[in-house]
Ligand binder design. Structure first.
Ligand SMILES: Cc1cc2nc3c(=O)[nH]c(=O)nc-3n(C[C@H](O)[C@H](O)[C@H](O)COP(=O)(O)O)c2cc1C
Length: 140
């Protein structure tokens, strides 16, 4: 599917904000795997998502919320953003993380979303949540 997307010139981008680095590492990893561009919103706050066919948003969770940068980006581009998927990197897991994910996904208006807890341990690990997410992105 990645090849087909490439052939018909479909462009994806991962727009991310990272405070301590984890979300950034995941963004670059996903981007490399699906052939997307990784855009660090702290360096390119005026980046334009409307020129892409699909946007992946990535944020750490801080005090139960996404970063202000991601929230403002999602609000600013709510009406012009192409199809979106969201991943959150967080310390919580299980029910607390699921509740947090639901709240943030609703706030940002994203239906397709996942949370990742300790994603660095998932890189290249077959069947891990991150690898399954990447597979789903490649298929859609
Ligand atoms: C100030 C602060 C607040 C945090 N609040 C939460 C939280 O409410 N829920 C959670 O699951 N993780 C929380 N965390 C953990 C971060 O989400 C986690 O470390 C994540 O990897 C941060 O992403 P980053 O490395 O890209 O900045 C918090 C971390 C910090 C430093």
């Amino acid at each position: 599917m990645t090849l087909i997307r490439h052939l018909i010139n479909m462009a994806d981008a991962v727009f991310y904000f990272t405070k301590m680095g984890s979300t950034g590492k995941v963004a670059k990893y996903i981007a490399e795997r699906i052939g997307a561009e990784a855009v660090d919103l702290s360096k390119e706050p005026n980046a334009d998502p409307s020129k892409y066919d699909r946007v992946i948003l990535g944020s750490g969770v801080y005090g139960g919320s996404p970063s202000k940068t991601i929230r403002e980006f999602a609000e600013k581009h709510r009406d012009s953003m192409p199809k979106i998927s969201l991943y959150l990197v967080c310390a919580f897991k299980d029910k607390k993380a699921e509740d947090q994910l639901e709240k943030i996904s609703n706030e940002l208006g994203v239906a397709d979303s996942i949370y990742l807890n300790k994603p660095r341990k998932m890189f290249g690990v077959e069947g891990s949540k991150l690898e399954l997410y990447i597979e789903s992105l490649k298929k859609s």
